[in-house]
Design a protein around this ligand. Sequence first.
Ligand code: NAP
Length: 295
Amino acid sequence: MSAKIIDGKQVAADIRKELKAEVSALKEKGVVPGLGVILVGADPASQSYVTAKERACENIGIYSDDNRLSAETSQEELLALVDRMNNDPKINGILVQLPLPKHIDEPTVLLAIDPDKDVDGFHPMSVGKMMIGEDTFLPCTPHGIVQLLLRSGVETEGAHVVVVGRSNIVGKPVANMLLQKKEGANATVTLCHTRTKDMAHFTRQADIIIAASGWPNTITADMVKDGVVVIDVGVNRVDDASRERGYRLVGDVDFDAVKEKASLITPVPGGVGPMTITMLLYNTVESAKRANGMA
Ligand code: NAP
């Protein structure tokens, strides 16, 4: 069997099209969703993420308030900017690009964001609400994974999902979302990490594997059963002299071998990646609707 590819670019494009229509309908009612973006320092990867987020906002008609601050910005200055955005009615979502420079305490900054504008879903209030199954802003990458499963027709109810990785931004939240007593969830979830003994024992039982370890080939063909659905979250650079830039991007899964056993699989790039920014746009539009009593 060779797996069907889950085309994250297409799913993301479909959602963005829906959001674009929603944004124009909101504009007709005088509501323009706004995203406040804060980048501290000049880390090239962060700069390109922020540029991509701003471009995505522009494409669907979301107003973006772009703030690129020097690496020497103090924590007080950053908190003052967050406070200004918390009180600015044009801003429905606040995005502080992580990581922050070492002299700034990330948890303090995340805690300062108004939970009603926490479109990244990293505020402890949002995390707590997600955990107990209340409506809240869901973190973008895990939410994107759940949407990919849903829109690919994958049944999660009663499925055994094995998540590899327990980070606060991917592994833990996606595991949590899928075990909720809700439609599009209701899975039996196993969470694996570096201290898991004999991880293949668990992955071989999985109906769905979500790989978020940050290492190539964490999941190999001998670790999966026939017909498994594989969501590969990893983005890893491996040397490749045949490419002009000297490297290529791969996921955490041995794609070529695993796709021969899987029923559905996401590629890297073009799988989970395009969904992350899309769900940020989704949360920003949701926030604008909530702020205007339309949700
Ligand atoms: P992270 O914070 O480094 O966490 C990695 C997790 O994987 C840890 O819990 C670690 O276990 C576990 N792990 C590492 N190697 C393992 C192994 N061999 N077996 C079992 N568990 C293992 O990474 P992250 O931020 O969650 O990101 C994971 C990957 O997803 C990265 O490649 C990242 O670039 C990518 N990512 C992609 C997107 C996107 O939009 N496409 C978004 C976010 C992240 P311990 O806790 O025991 O150390």
